[in-house]
Design a protein around this ligand. Structure first.
Ligand code: SF4
Ligand code: SF4
Length: 360
């Protein structure tokens, strides 16, 4: 099978962030500022990405606004012809900086919400006053006229705030809300006791989203990532390994997904040493789980393998110890019952302290 070109790229510009969300998917070993790619190397990467076929660029982190050269980077991406989306906590963006980003050609903003009131949002984000600053930013975003997506990570401690989050998205004039139940990678993995929703909560969130999709049809698009420890089938992780998207870590390591470095036997090249094209088409890390040659039973003979590609490799490794195993979220996986028992145990833990994400 010929390898298709990527269509989306996530540029993790930095791991620095003023917040310290315990569900952060950044790795435990954060890249220091001194390791970050310089401005021109990022701009070269955007040119290479566009030449490779990438259409959408997601600027992320950490908090991408921690980069002083953010406006220059957006201008570079725009000059390369990429559609640019800024994924931000809002901290570090002033009205003047937002206007400069608009002039540089930023197409879209995705704003994260840690809670729907100051008590919850400031506690989960680990910063007093963060919620108030975020609300101010939402107002500027609306005044400038950026298309907005609100991004909410749900977990046991804030899942009851989903109805209010849906209202807030409408009040802010967002066109889309991404409602993602916490995924256990990076720092979130340290917090499964504190964040795992119960099965009842997970079901309630799915029902609320289904109802809201009907009620808000034509007004608000709702993307939903369910609680996969409580599901019976895995999600199509990254649209399939190395099939449509790639990530660049702050130090220039090129990855098929943000958690791929947790798979210890894989090697991922750095943009400073190889071209994006070489890495996408020829690196062993990207080729490791393409197609279905690597699959074991029950995935190998399953009719759904072209739909979900066997689920998430990083989750398979984390739970079963084998990155080529069937994602244990799947009901056909021998580890499925173990995963659901773990989910119930984590969800039933009382008084688990939050392990806050450290800063880079
Ligand atoms: S999840 Fe929180 S701590 Fe992690 S990068 Fe986003 S805002 Fe920062
Ligand atoms: S067996 Fe594999 S391919 Fe089939 S549904 Fe489960 S994870 Fe998907």
């Amino acid at each position: 099978m010929p390898v298709p070109p990527p269509i989306a790229m996530l540029a993790e510009l930095t791991h620095r962030c003023p917040l310290s969300c315990p569900y952060c998917s950044n790795p435990l070993e954060l890249a220091a500022k001194a390791q970050e790619l310089p401005t021109q190397t990022w701009i070269d990467a955007f040119d290479q990405a566009a030449a490779l076929g990438v259409l959408q660029l997601h600027l992320s982190g950490g908090e991408p606004a921690a980069r002083q050269d953010l406006v220059e980077l957006v201008a570079g991406a725009r000059a390369a012809g990429l559609y640019t989306n800024l994924i931000t906590s809002g901290l570090g963006l002033t009205q003047a900086r937002l206007e400069a980003l608009s002039e540089a050609g930023l197409d879209h903003i995705q704003l994260s919400l840690q809670g729907t009131d100051a008590e919850m949002a400031d506690r989960i984000g680990g910063m007093k006053g963060a919620f108030a600053r975020k609300m101010k930013l939402a107002q500027w975003v609306s005044e400038i006229g950026f298309p907005l997506t609100l991004n909410v990570v749900l977990h046991r401690q804030n899942l009851h705030q989903l109805p209010r989050a849906l209202e807030m998205a409408q009040e802010m004039g967002a066109r889309r809300i991404e409602v993602a139940t916490v995924q256990f990678h990076g720092w979130a993995m340290q917090n499964r006791n504190a964040l795992m929703p119960s099965k009842a909560q997970a079901d309630e969130a799915a029902a609320l989203v289904a109802q809201a999709r009907q009620n808000l049809k034509g007004r608000l698009v709702i993307d939903f990532v369910p609680a996969d420890y409580h599901e019976d089938y895995p999600k199509r992780c990254m649209g399939g390994w190395g099939s449509s998207g790639l990530n660049i870590a702050p130090d220039g390591t090129v990855l098929p997904c943000h958690a791929a470095q947790t798979i210890p036997h894989l090697r991922f090249p750095n943009l400073r040493e190889q071209s994006l094209s070489e890495i996408w088409y020829h690196s062993s890390g990207f080729n490791a789980y393409r197609g279905d040659d690597w699959m074991q039973e029950p995935c190998r003979s399953c009719a759904l393998k072209t739909k979900d590609f066997g689920g998430c490799r990083c989750q398979a490794l984390a739970i079963t110890g084998d990155a080529a195993a069937t994602d244990p979220t799947c009901i056909k996986s021998p580890a499925h019952q173990k995963l659901q028992a773990m989910a119930d145990q984590f969800a039933g833990t009382e008084h688990a302290p939050l392990v806050m994400r450290e800063n880079a």
